[in-house]
Unconditional design. Structure first.
Lengths: 359, 359
């Protein structure tokens, strides 16, 4: 997608320099900085410290991490250790495990010397698949937006939470893919962007994406969505998912559940863009079985932004001596989700429909 | 209540200097600054710019504003104009109108020269009544907390949104009054404090109040409450109200509605501490009939805190060119409220119960 009218993706292998490159998302929206990943340590740091984030992108980054590991040492033991190190960086997104397994399961009969190239080939393939899957999610979801537009004949108001845009994937995104496809097909829209405390991915990333693509949007704090829905200022909600249980429960950025409740209370459709890689077929019940990541309280107590001199500054917004608790995700029960938008079409949030995607 | 082990109230008339004094709440939790209100302009500024805030305190401040007006000029026309000026500062809290009318309706037969003293007497009375009403709300609400403690025999987990503590009133507060009474009666509690974006009254004010009173509390972003309720980490929710409709709908700080939905979904009692002064008997339906204040987008796009050098700093947290929309309140339908805690006891959130309080 566009950044200052130039096309970017979030991660790529630069063939000329043989380097894996990413956008350091911690600096967005204030700076666009490209960073090289040269070691497994740097890959782990990038995922853990959220230079890259978003379930699909974490998976792709992990795949390239295995290529970087294989260049360091292509012993299988070393690779297995590297994959465990990478796996331990973030506990919620299932894509991480999915991508690592995809690599490990496809190198059994590969000669040691060929391993780096084989893994690079697999990582590139995972990256390409992600782009295609997101594009397909966009095409399927676009029809939902088009239908609302054709019914109301006025700009479609869409609420999204956190960032499930192209920055969360390689390109297109998941929740934002239908919006990008609709925009390219000239459907007028207005996006309500949730701030998404504590890390503010809505304000920092989603709004930056939409501004760069020239899609009308308004920024609201996380408390506002319910009020907007009561007053019919939202036609449809679309969010992403970090882990989708086989019963249709969705583990996504903290606060998603509250918006789903409000949508349900106001009869507003609540869709989740879920690439098949986000589905954890082993999880039968999202609320009981998905571990919820607790992150550092400093993400809650401190905020980074630009001061009056346009200097990046971190401020503390809580009194001395206070204790902050930081749950990063919550689980939205399937009953509050209208449907899933997957790369294979729009499906019901229940076990039979989800299980059909398993192969 | 206590600030660094010394008792404070939010507003008082200093008899010695004949000055009305307030705590400038914009500086809390980082600084305790006492400010004098000397002119009607200063009173309007204090309310509009939120040096004072919270429905009960706004009412008391308006009453003292009329005393200040009468000292400037005790012509009835001047006083009427002053009351209109003060009334226009904030549109949501009904206490503002209630306090101004209480003054205007009680000075009809007062001689012009006696007006300042009469209005000071009335304002002092409104202030005293507020303290007593809050104390009574505390006594009634305390029983709810005590019952939970006696049932579970472990610290009672309470969620509150925004600040409806003593800083929102004169002393005790509304939502926090039951907590203060329970604390003085040695009931162990742990309070979950919602940040309450965009103005962060939870982090700045509620947590500061609780820390000063030495009541255990944890700070969470507004997105977290639903997750906590799903996992039974909250026993009871208590919030305040800025305007209570006669059908039991509650207009309170934006985001209250979302927490009420989550409480309902998880069978957790959701109480609203509502002094009778917060009830607008003319409003039949909160969602349709209560105007919702829209405030400056800069409250959303910028945050104030302490930088690394302990300097008060304002930072911008959104990209250039973005548009922020700032609704300050929402309406929680009566069906999601368990009961109201009033100074006259605990009542049902419906017209017959509420209407009995009218006299």
């Amino acid at each position: 997608m566009l950044v200052q009218n130039k096309n970017f993706t979030t991660i790529w292998h630069d063939d000329e320099s043989d380097k894996v490159k990413i956008i350091d998302q911690r600096l967005i929206p204030f700076e666009l900085k490209i960073v090289e990943l040269n070691t497994v340590e740097e890959v782990c740091y990038a995922i853990k410290e959220m230079q890259v984030r978003g379930a699909p992108l974490i998976g792709v980054t992990a795949a390239y991490g295995m290529y970087i590991a294989a260049k360091e040492n292509s012993d299988f033991i070393y690779l297995k250790n590297a994959s465990e190190k990478i796996y331990s960086t973030r506990p919620t997104a299932v894509n991480l495990e999915w991508a690592l397994n995809k690599i490990l399961n496809n190198i059994d009969n590969v000669k040691k010397d060929d391993l780096p190239n084989k893994i690079l080939y697999l990582a590139n393939q995972i990256r390409e698949d992600d782009i295609n899957n997101c594009k397909n999610i966009g095409e399927h979801g676009y029809k939902l937006i088009k239908n609302i537009y054709e019914k109301n004949k006025k700009p479609v108001n869409i609420l999204t939470h956190c960032n499930a845009g192209w920055l969360a994937a390689v390109d297109w995104g998941t929740a934002l893919a239908p919006i990008y496809v609709a925009h390219k097909k000239n459907i007028p829209m207005h996006i309500w962007v949730d701030e998404t405390r504590p890390r503010n991915q809505g304000f920092s990333l989603t709004s930056w994406e939409l501004l760069n693509e020239n899609i009308p949007n308004s920024l609201i704090v996380d408390n506002v969505g319910g009020h907007l829905m009561q007053h019919k200022l939202i036609d449809i909600c679309i969010t992403g998912t970090d882990r989708t249980a086989s019963n249709g429960d969705v583990c996504n950025k903290i606060g998603t559940y509250l918006k789903a409740l409000a949508a349900y209370d106001n009869n507003i459709p609540f869709y989740v863009s879920a690439p098949i890689s986000s589905i954890d077929f082993n999880i039968k019940n999202g609320i009981l079985d998905i571990p919820i990541e607790e992150r550092d309280g400093e993400e809650v107590s401190h905020i980074v932004g630009m001061d009056e001199n346009n200097q990046r500054t971190k401020i503390k917004i809580v009194p001395d001596g206070s204790k902050c608790v930081n749950y990063a995700f919550d689980v939205t029960p399937a009953k509050y989700i209208t449907k899933f938008i997957t790369e294979k079409g729009i499906i019901d949030p229940n076990f039979p429909s989800i299980n059909k995607l398993k192969n």
